[in-house]
Design a protein around this ligand. Sequence first.
Ligand code: CTP
Length: 400
Amino acid sequence: MLQNKKILLGICGSIAAYKSASLVRLLVKAGAEVQVVMTPEATNFITPLTLSTLSKRPVYVEYFTPETGEWNNHVEMGLWGDLFLIAPASANTMAKMANGLCDNLLTAVYLSAKCPVYFAPAMDLDMWKHESTVENVEKIQSFGNVLIKPGTGELASGLHGEGRMAEPEEIVTFLEADIKSKLPLVGQKILVTAGPTYEAIDPVRFIGNHSSGKMGFAIADALSALGADVILVAGPTAQLSKQRSVKRVDVVSAADMLAACEQYYPEVKACIMSAAVADYTPINVADQKIKKQGDNLDIELKATVDILKTLGGQKQDGQILVGFALETNDEEQNAIYKLKSKNLDLIILNSLNDTGAGFKGDTNKIMIIDRDLHKTTYDLKTKDEVARDICDKLIELIKS
Ligand code: CTP
């Protein structure tokens, strides 16, 4: 959940700031980029050097860094973050957050931030129980900011009670669970196919195609980032998933891909079939390498099973099936024919006549046609952006 997330970590003046080193370490380990912003008081409890070493980024404390002459732009920082975690959040900073005060960089970033804000208070139990703190916490929550509750235990003052900042591990677990619970595809299992298939001629040769698998991998990554449990059935390709949670199933031939799809299809909500499956496969696969023999070589081929059409025939109520159509002529007409004949809910049309669309590149240009033959056209975009557009359409359909 935190992979590739840009996290602003605000650290306030509290003894719990000593735990910030572990917190930064855990966030970085989870794949996040961490930008630390400290209040001047916080630097008395932990050094910016420790935190910049662990986060591998400069740590900002003041509006202005005199040594470099750099203005630490709070507005830019506020826009940079995917989420703002204030931990430890002191009583003083929470009072400022509740009342819109911004007399330091951290609180100015807070007022500028448009991303979700989480705060993990840390203070002595009487400060935590004080009516003003209780009121401030409620007020901050009413802004939509999320409280990560303090724990109960021995406090730095020697007293025992509530007020201890949640442990770094608990904070990371909380963030991951909270982010996941808010994603639009959480709890949805989705099958994606990608890449080419290789149809063996003999032990060393095959019939294949130029599909790179980039589009399917981008779709799998985008779905996973939106919370889905993704099963990616991939033909031979050098692509790697960016999202660790994508479950990859490697296959080689169209027959292998069919078997894998039939295994997983019954348990998924949706299937996006972006693989470039071979339409024909050799009738006989030679056991031994075929020796050179004369000027011509005939290889007899037979049609493969159309996987998408097979799944279309097995579709249960509520399941969504999405196919691709790569066309060179009569594009829309051909795509609509495939949509209907394969019992699809959406078809994604690529025309090889569009510059930048198709197999190998990093861009694609698509049109999506739904069952009502409603057409949505998109500009030429990166495959990651196209993947997001496809996911948005799928989400619309799942929610409808
Ligand atoms: N497809 C499939 N099984 C096959 C062939 C294609 O599941 N044996 C799927 C592809 O993954 C794609 C869709 O069908 O989602 C359309 O593939 P495409 O190659 O464009 O069309 P075909 O149906 O194979 O028709 P043609 O090659 O004649 O255009």
